[in-house]
Ligand binder design. Structure first.
Ligand SMILES: [Fe+2]
Length: 167
C-alpha cells in the first residue's frame, strides 16, 4: 500500500507541477486509468475495509487530495460542482452512472441554482473522468462500488452551493 500510494503521489505531483490546468488533470486521469487496470493497485488503494470517504493523501504544496471511497450498496448524489476545485473520478469496482448538467440559473447562499441534464454515461472499472471547476455532475450507483477520487483542494473545508435539476 505505502509503496503503491507513494509512487502514485509522486507521479501526480510531477504531472500537476508541469501543468496544473485541464491538460495536466487529463494526464492524471490517464495515469489513474492505467493504474486501476492492476488488481494489485486496486487491492492496495481501495481495500474492502475502505469506508465511504477515506483521505489517503493530501499534498502539502499543491493542495490536491487523494480519496478512496467504498459504497456497499446504492449511493447517489444530487447535482453538484466542486466549487473552486476540480475533481477526477476513477472507478475501481462496480459501475457509476454519471449525469452531466448545464447551469440554468446560478446558485446563491440562500437559494439553490437550477441545472439541466445534458448527458448520462457509465464509469466502469478503469474509467477516469475529469470535472474541471464548475462542471456540474451527479453520480448514481445502483449496487456496490469503489472508486478513487483526486480533488484539487480539500473540499471538506469548502462551503458548497446547492443545485436542483429541472426538466
Ligand atoms: Fe463530484
Amino acid at each position: 500500500m505505502e509503496r503503491i500510494l507513494s509512487d502514485l503521489v509522486s507521479q501526480c505531483r510531477t504531472l500537476l507541477q508541469a501543468d496544473s490546468g485541464p491538460e495536466g488533470r487529463r494526464q492524471v486521469a490517464a495515469l489513474l486509468s492505467d493504474q486501476l487496470a492492476s488488481p494489485d493497485v486496486v487491492a492496495a488503494l481501495v481495500p474492502p475495509s475502505t469506508g465511504e470517504r477515506d483521505l489517503l493523501y493530501q499534498d502539502p504544496d499543491l493542495g490536491f487530495c487523494i480519496l478512496a471511497h467504498n459504497y456497499t450498496g446504492p449511493k447517489s448524489s444530487s447535482p453538484h460542482d466542486h466549487g473552486p476545485s476540480w475533481a477526477i473520478y476513477a472507478q475501481a469496482r462496480g459501475e457509476t452512472e454519471m449525469t452531466d448538467f448545464e447551469l440554468v440559473t446560478p446558485a446563491a447562499e440562500d437559494r439553490p441554482g437550477t441545472v439541466k441534464a445534458v448527458r448520462t454515461y457509465r464509469l466502469c472499472p478503469g474509467d477516469a473522468h475529469v470535472y474541471d471547476e464548475g462542471d456540474l455532475h451527479a453520480p448514481a450507483r445502483s449496487g456496490p462500488t469503489s472508486l478513487l477520487r483526486i480533488e484539487g483542494t480539500d473540499m471538506s473545508r469548502v462551503k458548497r452551493l446547492r443545485y436542483e435539476a429541472i426538466a
